[in-house]
Ligand binder design. Structure first.
Ligand SMILES: [Zn+2]
Length: 110
């Protein structure tokens, strides 16, 4: 990667607001790109859903209920940025593996 591309990537990253958050009672039929849907009641969300960031158009749904496996947790910080734990690793389809930190996708590298 040359220096120009490095700087350009950094500027794009800095400008991008990251993923938006939307609280919904039910998952809408049409989901918008770059939006994380927090499904359920405000104090009791049970699902996170968003389109796969790789561009494959698949809907990723993360269960938040502790009595079902697998289960994810999320935190929203003071700046309203979301962090999701653990990482998302699709076992089928595109097999994307990434983290969501501060409302941004961080691709896992191996
Ligand atoms: Zn994908």
């Amino acid at each position: 990667m040359n220096w120009f591309k490095k700087i350009a990537d950094r500027i794009i990253d800095w400008q991008s607001p990251g993923l938006q958050l939307r609280y919904v009672d039910e998952l809408p039929e049409m989901v918008t790109d770059k939006v994380i849907y927090i499904v359920g009641e405000m104090n009791f969300p049970w699902l996170l859903a968003f389109k796969c960031p790789c561009g494959c158009q698949n809907l990723i749904q993360l269960n938040l209920l502790k009595d079902a496996e697998p289960c994810w947790r999320f935190k929203i910080d003071k700046k309203k940025k979301i962090n999701i734990y653990p990482s998302v690793w699709r076992i089928n389809g595109c097999k994307s593996h990434f983290f969501i930190r501060k409302s941004k996708i961080q691709w896992a590298r191996f």
